[in-house]
Design a protein around this ligand. Structure first.
Ligand SMILES: *Cc1c(COP(=O)(O)O)cnc(C)c1O
Length: 403
């Protein structure tokens, strides 16, 4: 019998809002985050995807003969949708076997004279191999855009992610750490590129009262329901309904609309984010501490792989990313845990070529390592609301499945 669910743990550790965050105030969200991360000025856009869209638009204006964007074959479908919306071609790069990084040989092969940008992705807050992307991209004159949508606060060689590449972006979407329901921060190392990004955004991105009203109401809903007692309604119920009808893509929210809203973020939402951001560094430090302890426990489970960072990096920990020996054991673990209310879930359901709804926009080529990654991984929330006892329940379940 499923136990009564008074509590639902979110699948990722978002920073909970407080009522006082909702009071009006100065809206310097981007400035505050830039100071915390030690980056040059960050540019606020209405989503991570919008930030990527502005980045690609600006790069292409300077080099219109470059028409292709190289992305990992396992990433957020929104990345593929953004590339397609701009009229650019997508070129997929398979992953290294068993890893979230792009395979270096595929990467070199994928980067050609027509390549505008390469998008290494800091998946699950883990720090990606940006060096390999820089080597492959710069050899052909292409740019590197670090997808740090899931990695706000992650550091690589002592600096924020997003600074080794030419550009980078963070997401402020619901469930991705600090959230204003939808938002994105765009980062560029070079001052003249930053100025071009700023000008292009000012020229192309309109104020939209309708979108801003909608996002403001959604942010109020998030503030009200993002707690263990409210998430059953906002997250657990739709999840269970989607799984009952055999729709895992719907269950994790991977089915995205074909258009990407582009509009300015209003002052009130900026103020909410700026208020909450004061608590972000301590929150991220607590998550890292909890993840460190829990990884030690998970490592005692045989045949289970826990993803960590390369030695020079300190990622962020919205959730723990685990790889099981095969799809059968992964599915068996999810059978027991996905609807348990304990914050166990999957990252993206498919490799990009395997989403039926993207078939008209994604090149159809076999991507065996990306497909294998999708088939064998699952995620365990690193929310502070997941207590040690519940975490131990998850570990015991994994032990039984793998035993
Ligand atoms: C969420 C996400 C995006 C898109 O960010 P939004 O803010 O949701 O538009 C891009 N890449 C990855 C890896 C993501 O997880």
């Amino acid at each position: 019998m499923p136990r009564a669910r008074h509590r639902e743990i979110p699948p990722t550790a978002g920073l909970p809002l407080r009522w006082r965050d909702l009071l009006p105030g100065p809206g310097d969200l981007a400035g505050r985050i830039a100071r915390q991360l030690g980056t040059p000025a960050l540019q606020l856009e209405c989503s991570g995807t919008a930030a990527l869209t502005v980045a690609l638009h600006t790069l292409r204006r300077a080099e219109p003969h470059r028409t292709t964007v190289v992305v990992p074959a396992y990433t957020c479908p929104l990345v593929a949708i953004a590339v397609h919306r701009l009229g650019l071609q997508l070129r997929l790069c398979d992953l290294r076997a068993g890893h979230y990084d792009m395979d270096p040989d595929c990467l070199r092969e994928a980067c050609r004279e027509d390549t505008l940008a390469v998008v290494p992705t800091h998946l699950a807050g883990r720090v990606a191999n940006v060096g390999a992307a820089l080597d492959a991209a710069h050899r052909v004159g292409a740019h590197v855009i670090e997808d740090a949508a899931q990695a706000l606060g992650a550091r690589d060689r002592g600096e924020s992610v997003g600074l080794r590449g030419d550009l980078g972006f963070f997401s402020l979407a619901a469930g991705k750490g600090l959230s204003i329901y939808e938002g994105g921060l765009l980062l560029a190392r070079d001052a003249s590129l930053r100025e071009r990004l700023r000008r292009d955004s000012a020229a192309c991105v309109p104020r939209r009262f309708d979108w801003e009203l909608r996002r403001s109401l959604e942010l109020l809903g998030l503030a009200a329901l993002y707690r263990p007692a409210g998430l059953g309604l906002a997250y657990g119920r739709p999840l269970r309904r989607a799984l009952r009808r055999g729709d895992p893509v719907g269950a994790v929210g991977d089915a995205f609309a074909p258009t990407i809203p582009l509009h300015r973020v209003g002052r009130w939402r900026r103020a909410v984010g700026a208020h909450a951001a004061v608590r972000l560094p301590a929150f991220l430090a607590a998550l890292a501490e909890q993840a460190g302890r829990r990884i030690q426990r998970l490592r005692r489970i045989e045949r289970l792989h826990v993803y960590d960072d390369p030695p020079q990096a300190q990622g962020t920990w919205p959730f723990l990313l685990l790889r099981l020996p095969d799809q059968r054991s992964r599915d068996a673990a999810l059978e027991r845990l996905w609807t348990s209310g304990l914050g166990v879930s999957r990252l993206f359901i498919h490799a990009l070529p395997d989403y039926a709804y993207l078939a008209d926009r994604v090149p159809q080529a076999p991507m065996p390592n990306a497909r294998d990654f999708a088939a064998r991984t699952l995620t365990v929330s690193n929310s502070p609301w997941l207590g040690d006892e519940d975490f131990e329940t998850i570990c015991r379940t994994l032990e039984r499945v793998l035993g």
